[in-house]
Design a protein around this ligand. Sequence first.
Ligand code: ADP
Length: 420
Amino acid sequence: MLTRALLLRVAGPSLLMSLVFLVSCAAAAMYLSRRQAATVRSLDDSLRSRRIVDDLLGDLDALVVIALDGSGGDGASGLHEHFRGLLDESRRNLQGADEARLVDRLEAGFAQYLASTAAPGRAGLAILETEIRAAARELDLESARETARAQAAMHRTASWMVWGLAGVGAAATAAGLLIGYGVVRGLERMVIQAEQMAGVGQIAAGMAHELRNPLTAISMLVQLQREKAQEGGLPAEDLQVIEQEIGRMEERLNAFLDFARPARPRWRLVDLVETTAQTLALMQGRASKQRVDLKFHSPAAPVLVEADAEQIGRVLINLGLNALDAMPRGGRLDVELEQEPDGSVELTVNDTGPGVDPKHLLRLFEPFFTSKEAGLGLGLPISQRIARDHGGSLHAVNRPEGGAAFILRLPAVARAARPV
Ligand code: ADP
């Protein structure tokens, strides 16, 4: 279930990143649109000034024809007015200092020309052809340059837009990947923490449960003694109970520690025939007492594995004692050791007890799972961990002929897991 904190941790960074992204995209879009509008405006202006220059040059040609003709008159004054109007329009549409200077020159030339028309002769023609035409040509060139500049600026803005769009796409993809990676890492850490916490909680609960009973027994005895303090020391039976309970607590604490902090295997080349025989010998006494027929079926040759003999011995003791627990009224305990052609080894502990209750089969290796009144439920989890530390496995089956079988598999020497 997603808690609010988890949701905040997962969704928070992505929301923040998206917001930052949105704001930067909006700012970039605004900047580009302003730039685009400005370049369009300056292109319009430069095109307009080109049109005016074209008209000025047209008027100039007509004025030259009139001056050559020497007629003057009505046509000339209309043309003069038109020319004047074009100069005014030019002034309103100026594109920088160069154009202003040229329009000044045109106006001065035009004024000179108008003054010359008062007197007869060809002075006006000379002014038109030299001063005014030169200035008009320069203005034409200048406005052509301005148009080219405006077009280049427009292309630049367009290519900025393309790059901007590609940048936004790439940044969005990268941000998505980054956020995804961050979220997955965060979740992973949280899951690991949650698992660790659950493990710690489980061990603490099991430990509290296991230590509470002996502690209650001890404290009851001590309390009782305090109430009748005048009678002297504790009776021998009570002291024995206290000693037993303390022993039980010690044993349980050691099992907890084994489970919580397993020792690293000390690797040696081990003959499993020898290790198994020695370990089973330790259980022979209890087996005989319970009328359990204990047999070891081993190959004639040594079975060599790379292992920690002490840890393998502990697995065997756990499995053997469980088998004996399952056969309180006698039975058969058969331990079989076989080496496969590939060098791997199978050690099976078979009993003739009632077998494992099918509904318990999946839970046998869970820490603290026990069906016994005084059981701790750590023998099988510890044994399975040892098997895995050796690169092998441990699992349980119910035998078709009755009873349970626990199978320990260990890899061949070359494949055995070795710590670095
Ligand atoms: P414990 O012996 O303290 O209960 P284990 O982890 O060694 O803890 O065993 C867990 C449970 O597995 C036992 O309580 C029992 O129910 C079951 N079990 C283990 N070995 C056998 C077996 N040979 N036959 C039947 N049940 C078994």
